[in-house]
Design a binder for this molecule. Structure first.
Ligand code: UN1
Length: 500
């Protein structure tokens, strides 16, 4: 691993030695760099530049805008290893997951290159003779992208790639816990903009360093047409209200409390692989992490045995080392959350089956490594209904499928979900209208690791919006309905006769 400052230099990320935002590595708590939080004046200027850039960019043909995103993908390919290392260093993800995250950003660019030629509306038949109705999708305006610490590269790219092909300018406000990886991803975009040439206006893509105060400036600004924010439900609630108050648009991707149902017809080996990656991957710090596991009572003992064996052999350690599968939690508050989560589960009658300890404390006194915890709970308790963004998995056995479905949906969040079953009745029921109430309902796949081709997002307190693929691009545009009369008459709709 290179020295952090060499890595940052290679990625074009500028740091401010006397800046007021310090970034630490969760690996050992060591400082990586300092950055300067943006002042109100700087944010106002940034928004003004984004507004001016939008006026020019919206007139560049969409497939040409796609070419910029293609170039961004090329730059990301060139910097893939470097950005992945930075993500490991700054977020604590194992290198494989860091590489996967950059790959997700590259895939998003590829998707958007094609999508830039497919920003189509419908033609609708008119009730009037020699009339036609059609829809067009037009660029929307400056888009603010507020990301969470855990996916600083991919979630930025999901939003920025869509926004750019849709003709919008963008402003990134990365999480104050992992601003460097976001800025490195932005720098790759700025290199692409340099290569693209003069029809990419200055101010098309910008970044703002800061926390809640800086986010608020963006959220309250009437010049920001769309706020796309990823993070906690609490954050999302205040963004939703502020943006709605000024009739702005928003995309919210908030808490997940994702579950799996393992039925009596499940292939347990398949279930095990999905459980371990889902609950332990990224140290349980994905929106899509597996948190609740409902097991048919006939499968419980066998599956718990397998889970315990798998958890006992997990390599917890420095995420930059090849053999590590579980890196550290992001910071001390995350560790407090883990500890409280463990206590709450015990207080509610849970039996701790494995894990739940802080580990490697001597080696890394300022790094918060924990052994992922598994509880067996007597029922779906109160603590299980809140998202605890750490590797705690709660198991609840069930007797009949309807009961499992009911528990599955009985939480405020609705992001991702899955069933492990070889029985088509159970599977179809799970993905039917009366099945999972989540934005994503998977079959024989875990809840995390979604591909970008589908629409990503969830219901209820998850926010209700969608990003990435499918028709999510429409969220970054405005729709106009055009009614066209090519006759020489002026018939009115609804058959109205008005003074004729
Ligand atoms: C997130 O945790 O905010 O589905 C995003 C997944 C990844 C993205 C997670 N593709 O787990």
């Amino acid at each position: 691993m290179d020295k952090p400052l060499d890595l940052l230099k290679r990625l074009g990320v500028e740091t401010q030695p006397n800046g007021d935002l310090s970034v630490y590595s969760p690996i050992d708590g060591a400082p990586i760099a300092t950055l300067q939080n943006a002042s109100n004046g700087e944010i106002e200027d940034t928004i003004a530049r984004a507004k001016a850039a939008f006026i020019k960019w919206r007139d560049v043909p969409a497939p040409r805008r796609g070419e910029l995103v293609r170039l961004w993908g090329e730059e990301l390919r060139k910097s893939k290893e470097d950005i992945a290392q930075l993500i490991s260093l700054e977020v604590g993800k194992i290198l494989q997951e860091g590489l996967g995250e950059v790959q997700e950003a590259i895939d998003m660019c590829d998707l958007c290159v094609g999508q830039s030629r497919q920003l189509f509306g419908r033609t609708i038949t008119s009730e009037r003779a020699s009339h036609r109705i059609m829809e067009q999708w037009h660029p929307l305006g400056p888009v603010a992208i507020i990301t969470a610490f855990n996916f600083p590269c991919a979630v930025f790219a999901w939003n920025a790639a869509n926004a750019l092909i849709c003709g919008d300018s963008i402003i990134l406000k990365p999480s104050e816990k992992s601003p460097l990886s976001g800025m490195a991803t932005l720098q790759a975009l700025l290199r692409a903009i340099d290569k693209f040439g003069s029809d990419a206006p200055g101010g098309l893509a910008q970044g703002i360093i800061g926390g809640v105060e800086q986010s608020k400036e963006l959220v309250y600004s009437r010049d920001i047409a769309l706020v796309s924010a990823t993070g906690s439900t609490e954050m999302g609630r205040s963004v939703a209200v502020a943006v709605a108050e000024r009739f702005g648009k928003r995309i919210l991707e908030l808490g997940g409390n994702n579950a799996m149902i393992v039925t009596e017809h499940a292939n347990l080996e398949l279930a095990l692989r999905a459980i371990v990656f889902g609950a332990v991957g990224t140290a349980g710090q994905r929106c899509t992490s597996l948190r609740r596991l409902f097991i048919h009572h006939t499968q419980k003992d066998a599956l718990i045995k397998k889970i315990k064996t798998a958890y006992a052999s997990l390599n917890i350690g420095n995420p930059l080392e090849d053999q590590s599968l579980v890196g550290p939690l992001i910071d001390a508050p995350a560790y407090m959350m883990f500890k409280n989560g463990i206590q709450d589960a015990l207080d509610e009658g849970g039996t701790l089956l494995i894990g739940g300890e802080r580990v490697l404390e001597e080696q890394y006194p300022d790094g918060y490594y924990v052994s992922p915890a598994v509880f067996e709970m007597p029922s779906q308790t109160q603590a299980m209904k809140a998202e605890c963004f750490t590797p705690i998995l709660y198991i609840v056995p069930y007797e009949d499928f309807d009961q499992a479905l009911e528990m599955h949906n009985d939480v405020p969040q609705g992001l991702s979900s899955c069933i492990i079953s070889d029985n088509m009745r159970e599977v179809e029921r799970f993905i039917s209208a009366s099945g999972s109430d989540c934005g994503m309902a998977n079959v024989n796949i875990g809840p995390s690791g979604a591909e970008i081709g589908g629409a990503f997002g969830g219901e209820k307190e998850t926010g209700g919006d969608r990003e990435t693929g499918s028709d999510a691009w429409k969220n970054y545009m405005r729709r106009t309905t055009n009614s066209i009369n090519y006759s020489t008459d002026m018939p009115l709709a609804q058959g109205i006769s008005f003074g004729d």
